[in-house]
Every structure is written in C-alpha cells, then in structure tokens.
Design a protein around this ligand. Structure first.
Ligand code: HEC
Length: 140
C-alpha cells in the first residue's frame, strides 16, 4: 500500500514537473513572440523616423542661392580651416571659364579637399548641384 502511494506521489510530482515545464515553454514562446513584435515595432518606428529625416533633404532643391551660401561657408565639406571658396575666388575670381569644365564636380571637390582641408561632397548631392549652378552663374 505504501509502495502504491509512493508511486502515485512520484507520478503526481512528475506530472506537476511536466506542467511547470509546459508553463515555462508557454512563457518562453510568449516572450519570444513579444520580442519579435517589439523588434517589428522598433523597426517600424526607426524607418518612420528615418523617412521624416530624409524628407526635408529630398525636398530641398538645388539653387544658385544655396550655391552662393555654400560657396561662402567656411564649414563646407567638413572643412577643417576657416577658409571658404570665396576666400580665394572672391567675386568669381578664377571661375570665369569654369562653366565649360566637364569635370566641374571633381574640380570643386579638389578645392574642398585641398584648400579647405575638407572631405569632399557627393557628386550627385543638392549641395554639389547648387555649387555648380552658382559657379556657372559667375562665368563671364
Ligand atoms: C586657398 C585658395 C582656394 C580656395 C579656398 C578654393 N580654391 Fe578653387 N582654386 C584655387 C586655385 C589656385 C585654382 C587653380 C589651380 C588649379 O587649377 O589647380 C582653383 C581652381 C578651382 C576651379 C577650377 C577652375 C577652372 O576653370 O579651372 C574650381 C571650379 C574651383 N577652384 C572651385 C572652388 C570651390 C568650389 C571652392 C570651395 C570649396 C574653392 N575652389 C576653394 C584656389 C582655391
């Protein structure tokens, strides 16, 4: 009789261990699912934020005015000194024939990296397009 009770007890113990295992498993899957959901939500929020950040940049159009501003900006292209393009090319000095140069973007970056000690700017950026427009407007 004692043996039967003992066996039943160990059966119950095993059952409750089994139950707690199932419970644990359930908790684990729930938290994994929650984690996946959090990941998706975070990704969604991050992409929305990026989109919002990118919108004003995309909306900005290249213009002679922006080009003039950048031409006079000593911080252009992460410049490490206080020189701007206008320091050497005041009133369009040296820009007289620049509008005819096919490699204008490369020349602009050469002066950003050289005299301005900067890092150069992307050739298809609004900033580059604007600088080109401004420099072309200086041509004589
Ligand atoms: C320290 C003086 C200095 C600064 C600052 C400077 N440049 Fe120049 N730049 C020159 C000199 C000198 C030349 C001509 C020498 C050469 O052809 O390499 C030149 C040439 C150029 C040319 C080629 C013109 C042509 O028709 O061949 C362009 C375009 C130009 N610079 C644009 C810029 C822009 C844009 C900036 C600002 C990011 C700038 N430069 C800043 C000195 C400077």
């Amino acid at each position: 009789m004692r043996a039967v009770t003992a066996r039943r007890d160990s059966g119950t113990a095993r059952l409750s261990r089994f139950r707690s295992l199932i419970l644990q498993e359930k908790l684990l899957t729930t938290s994994t699912r929650e984690f996946e959901m959090m990941k998706t939500v975070t990704l969604l929020v991050a992409s929305c934020a990026l989109l919002l950040l990118a919108l004003p940049v995309q909306a900005e159009e290249a213009s002679v005015d922006l080009g003039r501003t950048l031409f006079n900006d000593p911080g252009l292209g992460a410049s490490k000194n206080d020189k701007s393009c206008n320091t050497c090319h005041a009133d369009g000095k040296g820009m007289e024939k620049a509008d005819a140069r096919a490699d204008l973007a490369a020349l602009i970056n050469k002066c950003i990296k050289g005299p301005l000690q900067g890092e150069g700017i992307s050739e298809d950026s609004v900033a580059m397009e604007s600088l080109k427009l401004y420099i072309k407007s200086l041509a004589k």
